[in-house]
Ligand binder design. Structure first.
Ligand SMILES: [Zn+2]
Length: 451
């Protein structure tokens, strides 16, 4: 029997603590106080278990067991994204239903955070003396740009090996670079488009868009015919201020924008088709010309691809146009071999030629771990001892803490291929069987790292 199996002795305690952690509404983009409460909760549990605990600022901390020069770490986060609508259960109540566990954060990443802590406990309870210090590092600002790890590593040393259970199985050895940009103009110079709003977080494909248009009834009829022939759903309402259009597309994560239907890009396309770009203003003109409904950056002149990481992606994440505002946010995920400054300069050149400003809001450099670095064989063995086969090495456009580790760590689990976990969406959940499989792999991995 593998060592990882011992995590099953803590089943009830894990579910109990997880229920309490999920009940804390630690939505980092909305409520910093609740988010810190979640961090304090898990650090408090670690302290109860007898571990050395340290908090770094209000956004990070760790529990440590063992001694030695080196550090091996598991990194997990206790903040979550907003629940959104359309849940079939209460998002902040851990619920088991039809063989699945549900709740905001059950997969991303509160479940893995609690499991990682109990792995440390299982190691200690088994009397294992690790050859290196084993740390479970907790962050509380992962979903809002990962500055938490910047804070943490400004005070703490880097682990020599680490993994973060915040992605999919097998082992993610390559993460694309992420650039988030704001494109804006000082004033909105459109004549017919009065207002436009779409999207929230830049790292999601917006599923809803709204436009207020100053137009005649005959133009309205033509617009409806255009809209009928396009993907997405459109509702038209006449108001005293003009014609209101609601567009509905399909949300997706910005790392896979091709899986969504961008309501903002499609609505702008319809408006441009009908009225021409010039009356929509320079920002909408740029969006329609340089981004459009594409997700590969071709129109922007930045499309590229490499074998290790795949193709560049572009997501139009948010558009705000009104009397005093005219801005769009875009999220670009570029392959590890691409030149990020060349991409930025190309976009800047294009936008500035249309009289727009470009600001780099956030840049996370890519991760590319060598396939022969020790953590990969350690994790590979752990996976094999529980599942029976070697895990695949893969690449993602998603961003995890792994990229904050100077190529010394990777993402590993917790989601298994084929299990629709709906992270960042309604009904986030995981099959109960897979949840415990992950727990076993995680403990086995922690044990292997201790040797
Ligand atoms: Zn996450």
């Amino acid at each position: 029997m593998n060592f990882g199996n011992r995590i099953m002795n803590y089943k009830e305690d894990i579910l109990n603590d997880l229920g309490e952690l999920i009940a804390i509404k630690s939505v980092s983009c909305e409520n910093a106080a609740e988010t810190e409460k979640a961090l304090d909760y898990i650090l408090g549990r670690a302290k109860d278990m007898g571990f050395a605990v340290k908090k770094t600022g209000k956004v990070a901390g760790h529990a440590e067991y063992g001694s030695g020069e080196e550090i091996a770490a598991v990194l997990a986060h206790v903040d979550v994204v907003p629940s959104g609508d359309n849940w079939s259960i209460d998002p902040f109540t851990l619920t088991e239903k039809d063989g699945r566990l549900y709740g905001r954060g059950i997969v991303d990443d509160k479940g893995p955070a609690i499991i990682a802590l109990y792995c440390l406990k299982a190691l200690k309870d088994s009397g294992i003396i690790p050859k290196r210090r084993i740390r479970i590092i907790f962050g509380a600002a992962e979903e809002i740009g990962m500055n938490d790890m910047e804070t943490y590593f400004s005070e703490e040393e880097y682990p020599t090996m680490a993994f973060t259970p915040d992605s999919d199985y097998g082992i993610c050895v390559c993460e694309k670079g992420i650039m988030q940009l704001e494109i804006s103009s000082a004033t909105h110079d459109g004549t017919i488009l009065t207002e436009f709003q779409s999207g929230g977080a830049v790292n999601a494909v917006p599923s809803k868009a709204y436009a207020l248009v100053d137009c005649t009834e005959s133009e309205d009829n033509r617009l409806r015919r255009f809209a009928d022939a396009k993907p997405g759903e459109y509702d038209f309402i006449y108001t005293m201020d003009g014609l209101v259009i609601f567009a509905k597309g399909r949300a997706a994560h910005a790392s896979v924008p091709e899986q969504g239907l961008n309501s903002a890009a499609h609505l702008i396309r319809i408006l441009a088709d009908n009225f021409g770009e010039s009356v929509l203003g320079s920002l909408c003109g740029f969006i329609d010309n340089a981004i459009g409904t594409q997700t590969n950056g071709e129109a922007l002149g930045i499309a590229c691809c490499d074998e290790k990481s795949g193709a560049l992606t572009v997501n139009l994440g948010r558009v705000d146009i009104g009397e005093n505002i005219s801005r769009a946010l875009i999220d670009i995920r570029y392959p590890v071999s691409a030149d990020s400054s060349a991409i930025f300069e190309e976009i800047k050149k294009r936008a500035e030629s249309e009289g727009l400003q470009v600001k780099l809001m956030n840049h996370e450099p890519p991760l590319s771990a060598d396939s022969d670095c020790p953590i990969i064989s350690i994790l590979s063995d752990a996976y094999e001892s529980v599942i029976g086969v070697k895990p695949e090495l893969y690449s993602t456009g998603g961003g995890t803490y792994a990229r904050t580790l100077n190529n010394r760590g990777v993402a590993f689990g917790p989601a298994f291929p084929g299990d629709e976990t709906h992270i960042h969406d309604a009904d986030e959940g995981i099959s109960t069987e897979n949840f415990w499989k992950h727990a076993q792999i995680c403990l086995q991995a922690v044990k292997n790292m201790s040797e």
